[in-house]
Write a protein that binds this ligand. Structure first.
Ligand SMILES: C[S@@+](CC[C@H](N)C(=O)[O-])C[C@H]1O[C@@H](n2cnc3c(N)ncnc32)[C@H](O)[C@@H]1O
Length: 196
């Protein structure tokens, strides 16, 4: 329910739009929004004509997104799926692209997640993982997030983008790179990779 208070930020987001623009889903492609949440990237990608699988392990998020899907003119391009990065209920080689926005820091087993991405992506399939860096004072939500977490321990792993890129390379991905970048004018940790 904590997510409800974040609804104004999680319903639509320039970062999700930017990630979809970078991945460039094509009509007829099968793409995965991993940790889709309320679906800002899902609804944006569905406009492209690609089939979007919105995967999320949290029942509340899936319920909200299922309702949102019904209101979308592109609902025929959206399927809401119960799954996680570590366990994707998708066939081997059945996916053209996967992205995740502000989700990687929730993943519990990065190594298992990369293995799952290797399994479900077709050769040449692309991956883009983006986590906004709310700890960077240059982030427009820096103060808001600091106030929100005041007195509470961070319960998430900080994602090391270079280490995650190295993990992709060790699983045979090519052009894997990770670093700090600007996405929609916000500081973010970004990992790109292509299934070899
Ligand atoms: C901060 S929200 C971001 C949602 C959405 N991508 C966005 O940008 O608004 C993180 C999402 O990751 C999901 N999540 C948590 N653990 C996950 C896992 N192991 N694999 C995939 N998604 C996960 C949560 O349920 C939640 O919907």
């Amino acid at each position: 329910m904590r997510y409800l208070t974040l609804l104004p930020y999680m319903w639509r987001s320039p970062v999700s739009d930017a990630v979809v623009a970078l991945v460039r889903p094509e009509p007829g492609e099968r793409v995965v929004d991993l940790g889709a949440g309320m679906g800002p990237a899902t609804v944006s990608a569905a406009r492209s004509g690609a089939q979007v699988l919105a995967v999320d392990p949290t029942p509340f998020m899936r319920s909200l997104l299922a309702l949102r899907r019904l209101a979308s003119a592109h609902r025929g391009n959206i399927t809401v799926v119960d799954g996680s990065a570590e366990s994707l209920p998708l066939d081997a080689g059945s996916v053209d692209a996967v992205w995740a926005v502000n989700s990687v820091h929730h993943w519990t087993d990065l190594s298992r997640a990369v293995k799952e991405l290797e399994r479900v992506l077709r050769p040449g399939g692309r991956v883009l993982l983006v986590d906004e860096d709310f700890d960077d004072p240059a982030h427009p939500f820096f103060e808001r997030m600091r106030a929100r977490h005041e007195g509470r321990a961070h319960h998430f792993e900080v994602v090391d983008p270079e280490a995650v890129a190295a993990l992709f390379r060790s699983h045979g991905f090519v052009d894997a790179a990770g670093g700090l970048e600007q996405v929609a004018a916000r500081p973010a940790r970004m990992i790109r990779a292509t299934r070899g």
